[in-house]
Design a protein around this ligand. Structure first.
Ligand SMILES: C[S@@+](CC[C@H](N)C(=O)[O-])C[C@H]1O[C@@H](n2cnc3c(N)ncnc32)[C@H](O)[C@@H]1O
Length: 192
């Protein structure tokens, strides 16, 4: 990612995200899977990682996942192709008004009974005095690795929290099956 003046960034306290590898059977679609490409690092050739940015996909560690430049708002897959869809700190980059369309697309490409797993940031409403960028400092622990990283997004009319995603899931007739909240992040699992 391009360098931004740190004075313009509001950083959260460091949040530790521990991901326990699960024995998923089937194919995983990882949305916004560039950058650290955490889900691809975990599940390798089970993963189709899509990202709007070619640069972010090329930056991600090399492994056996299939990487494709694609916009989640308009997926190019046929219906019912995936068992799991993941969004690891990607929805914070999607405009709130696009999220409903994004959920519809995800539901369309999931097989019946498929799941959507969301790791997201709690982004409060921006006030006049707040900085331009809202960024999470994260420590991600998985397998035997520990990665320290930061994900930042423009802070403007994009307040997000778990309730927002639960509501969009309900509107799309998806059922919440698991949820967890840290101080400044959340994890949500929904099923179709
Ligand atoms: C910071 S990354 C999230 C972290 C990443 N999942 C990881 O494991 O490191 C967010 C990604 O979402 C991508 N993105 C933003 N809008 C998108 C869209 N509409 N469709 C697909 N990818 C998008 C960005 O290009 C960026 O690479």
């Amino acid at each position: 990612m391009s360098k931004i003046n740190e004075e313009k960034i509001h950083f959260t306290e460091q949040q530790t995200i521990i991901i326990k590898e699960k024995d998923y059977i089937g194919r995983i679609l990882d949305i916004g899977g560039g950058g650290e490409g955490i889900i691809s690092q975990l599940y390798g050739d089970k993963v189709v990682a899509i990202d709007l940015s070619e640069e972010e996909l090329k930056e991600a560690p090399k492994n056996d996942s299939l990487k494709i430049i694609m916009d989640v708002r308009q997926l190019k897959f046929l219906d019912e192709q995936f068992d799991i869809v993941t969004s690891f700190f990607t929805f914070m980059y999607i405009n709130n008004e696009d999220l409903n369309q994004v959920f519809k697309e995800i539901k369309r490409v999931l097989k019946p009974g498929g799941k959507l797993l969301i790791w997201g940031l709690k982004i409060p409403k921006k006030r006049e005095i707040d900085k331009e960028i809202f960024a999470a400092r994260l420590k991600v622990e998985f397998k035997n690795k520990s990665i320290e990283t930061g994900y930042g997004t423009i802070w403007e009319d994009n307040e997000q929290d778990i309730d927002k995603f639960i509501e969009i899931a309900r509107q799309n007739e998806m059922k919440v099956i698991n949820q967890k909240q840290g101080k400044q992040y959340f994890y949500l699992e929904v099923k179709i």
